[in-house]
Design a binder for this molecule. Structure first.
Ligand SMILES: [Fe+2]
Length: 229
């Protein structure tokens, strides 16, 4: 989707002048305009490649542990077998597939579109099996974030404060400014550094597209080639 169309009815000019870097906002959609971005079927296919053979087929996999901490397949010291991952998933741990924009053409092209306005970006896919799933505690991100809500329903807590030295405040250290419920097809913008957390209200898939500021990163995205016969 074109950046202009995503931001309709706010418009790119108003976004740049009044909202970018300053204010969270969301745009509701009458239908699920993000339904082709990622599906449960794609997640199922991806996770069934976990730990088969010696090739690392699932390097993107991360999970939110019951403690609220992140487990990262690539970087965490602890290895987990597929049954353990499945148990955690069934008990409500959310799954994150980081750097996943290359998993399909739709996400790749969406990044290309954002990169006309931003520097290089990436897509992180957040999935949870159920309501009240385990998600990250209050935090702020270091980039601007466009959240495409793809499946299910979710509640966002947006706080008034932007990050200073304390990256992980407790609930009593910050003030809720808005509570937003997102349905399939809704878009949420979170400026970099603004504190937030989420609560799942059902099984869900959300994709966070986030971007460096323009000119900050030398990497340039390749075109998506069409290999289809
Ligand atoms: Fe975040």
């Amino acid at each position: 989707m074109k950046f202009e169309d995503l931001l309709n009815p706010i418009g790119v000019e108003k976004f740049n002048d009044e909202l970018k870097g300053k204010k969270a906002f969301y745009i509701k959609s009458a239908k699920n305009i993000f339904k082709d971005y990622y599906s449960w079927k794609e997640l199922d296919n991806y996770l069934n490649q976990y730990r088969i053979g010696s090739w690392d087929r699932t390097p993107q996999l991360q999970m939110v542990m019951p403690s609220g901490r992140k487990w990262c397949k690539k970087k965490s010291q602890k290895h987990r077998d597929r049954e353990e991952i499945l148990d955690l998933w069934n008990q409500g741990s959310s799954i994150i597939l980081t750097l996943s924009e290359f998993l399909n053409e739709t996400m790749w092209k969406q990044c290309q579109e954002f990169e006309k306005h931003y520097g290089i970006g990436q897509a992180n896919i957040y999935c949870s099996k159920q309501a009240k799933a385990k998600t990250f505690p209050i935090h702020a991100d270091s980039t601007d974030n466009f959240l495409f809500h793809v499946r299910g329903k979710i509640r966002w807590y947006i706080y008034e404060e932007f990050v200073t030295n304390n990256y992980h405040p407790k609930e009593e250290d910050v003030t809720v400014s808005r509570i937003i419920e997102l349905d399939e097809g809704d878009l949420l913008y979170i400026p970099k550094g603004l504190f937030h957390r989420v609560e799942t209200l059902s099984p869900r898939i959300s994709i966070s597209f986030h971007f460096q500021e323009k000119g900050k990163h030398p990497y340039k995205r390749n075109d998506w080639y069409d290999w289809k016969p």
